[in-house]
Design a protein around this ligand. Structure first.
Ligand code: EPU
Length: 341
C-alpha cells in the first residue's frame, strides 16, 4: 500500500500482460484501478510527482519497456440517455464501458449512428483520443462532447466536438493536449428515427446483399467483415491497424499510380489521397511473414500480431523494418496508429 492517507490500495510492480491486447508481458511500477470520479481525483492529487499513464482497454498501446510511475486503469461505468426528443437522443457513456457493448446496447435500443463502429476493441474513454473510425463512419460524426479531469490540478472540463480537434485517427488529446486530461465520459447524439445508414463501403454493401438495411443488419455485416479480416485479440495478440493510412498529395499520387498501377488509394479532399498502407505492405511481400515471435497478419497486412511470447521491442523492430522499406520503395513515411510507450 502506498498512500495510507486515502486508503487507496495501489499495487506495486504490476503485470499489464492481461491489460494490453498485444498480450505483452510488461509491468508497471505502480498500478491502480479507478472506480469513481472521487477516487480518480484523490489518486491524482496524492501522486503528483509520479508520471501518470492512463489505460483503457489497452487495445491501442505498444509497451516496449517497464512502465515507470503510476498506471491508472479507468473503470468508470454507466450508460444514460441525458436528452431526448422525437428524432434523437443524447447518451452519456462513462469511459470504462466496453465500446462494443455500448454499440450493442445502441443497436438493441434502435439508436442509430454507431452501428458501423461495431466490434472495435477497447473502452469508450479511448474512443475520442484517436477518433475511432471504420466503414465510412468516425466517432466525430456522432460526437457531442466529453468530460475530462485535468491530471495536474484535477479540475473538470468539458470539450465539445469542435474543440476536440478531431481528424483522421487524431484529436487534441493525441496532439496539443497529450497526457493532460483523463477522459471520464462522452456524450453522443444518436438517431431514433430517420437513421442515416452508411453503406458506402463496398464490402458492407456486398455483405448485406439483398437483406433489409437497418441498424442490426449493418452491425451484423460489419462484425462479419471484421471477424474475417482482423484477428481476435482473445486468441492472437494485436492492436488492430498498426499504422495509419498515409495521406499524400495529388502529384505524388499520380507518380505512384504511374509506377504501380494497382496501388489502392482514394481521394479524401481536394488534392489529397489516402493510400492503403496495407497495400504498400502487401506489395513488399510482408503479408503473412514473421520475424521471431512477431508477424504480419495473413488476412490484413496492416495488423502486426504477437505469435506468442513477443516483446514490445520485437514488434517495434518489425514495424521499423516495414516503415523503412516502405520509405525506400515509395518515399512515403508510415506513421504508427498505436501509441508506443
Ligand atoms: N488492402 C491490401 N492488403 C491487405 C488489406 C487491404 O492491399 O492486406 C487494401 C485493399 O485495396 C482494400 C483496402 O486496402 O480494399 C482497404 O482495406 P480495409 O478495408 O481492410 O481497410 P484499411 O484501410 O486497411 C482501415 C482502418 C481500420 C478499419 C477499416 C475499415 C486505418 C489505419 N485502419 O483499414 O481500422 O477497420 O479501414 O474502415 O485507418 C484500426 O484502426 O485499428 C482499424 C482496424
Amino acid at each position: 500500500m502506498l498512500n495510507r492517507g486515502s486508503g487507496l490500495e495501489i499495487k506495486n510492480n504490476y503485470s499489464l500482460e492481461k491489460l494490453n491486447t498485444f498480450g505483452l508481458d510488461v509491468a508497471s511500477e505502480f498500478f491502480y484501478i479507478v472506480k469513481s470520479l472521487r477516487e480518480l481525483k484523490i489518486v491524482l492529487r496524492e501522486n503528483k510527482t509520479k508520471k501518470i499513464t492512463i489505460i483503457g482497454g489497452g487495445s491501442n498501446i505498444l509497451f516496449t519497456k517497464f512502465l515507470d510511475g503510476l498506471c491508472l486503469k479507468i473503470d468508470l461505468k454507466g450508460i444514460d440517455v441525458v436528452e431526448e426528443n422525437k428524432n434523437n437522443v443524447v447518451v452519456k457513456v462513462m469511459a470504462g464501458e466496453n465500446w462494443h457493448d455500448f454499440v450493442k446496447w445502441s443497436v438493441n435500443k434502435g439508436f442509430g449512428g454507431v452501428e458501423n463502429l461495431s466490434l472495435i476493441p477497447g473502452l469508450v474513454g479511448a474512443a475520442p483520443i484517436q477518433n475511432i473510425g471504420a466503414y465510412g463512419v468516425e466517432l466525430k460524426d456522432v460526437f457531442v462532447s466529453c468530460e475530462t479531469v485535468n491530471i495536474k490540478d484535477q479540475t473538470e472540463k468539458e470539450f465539445d466536438e469542435k474543440r476536440c480537434l478531431f481528424g483522421y485517427r487524431t484529436s487534441r488529446f493525441k496532439t496539443i493536449d497529450k497526457n493532460i486530461y483523463v477522459i471520464i465520459s462522452i456524450k453522443l447524439r444518436l438517431t431514433k428515427k430517420k437513421h442515416k445508414y452508411n453503406i458506402s463501403y463496398g464490402s458492407v454493401k456486398e455483405e448485406i446483399g439483398n437483406r433489409k438495411i437497418n441498424l442490426k443488419s449493418i452491425s451484423k455485416a460489419v462484425i462479419k467483415i471484421r471477424k474475417s479480416k482482423l484477428p481476435d485479440t482473445n486468441f492472437i495478440g494485436n492492436c488492430g491497424s498498426f499504422f495509419k493510412n498515409p495521406v499524400i498529395n495529388e502529384k505524388k499520387y499520380f507518380e505512384l499510380k504511374n509506377m504501380y498501377p494497382s496501388i489502392s488509394a482514394f481521394k479524401v479532399e481536394k488534392n489529397q489521397y489516402k493510400v492503403s498502407a496495407a497495400w504498400l505492405i502487401e506489395y513488399l511481400k510482408y503479408k503473412g511473414k514473421s520475424i521471431g515471435n512477431v508477424g504480419v497478419y495473413k488476412n490484413q497486412a496492416l495488423v502486426l500480431v504477437n505469435l506468442g511470447g513477443a516483446t514490445g521491442k520485437e514488434v517495434l523492430y518489425l514495424a521499423d523494418k516495414i516503415t523503412s522499406e516502405v520509405y525506400s520503395t515509395f518515399q512515403i513515411s508510415l506513421q504508427p496508429e498505436v501509441e508506443i510507450l
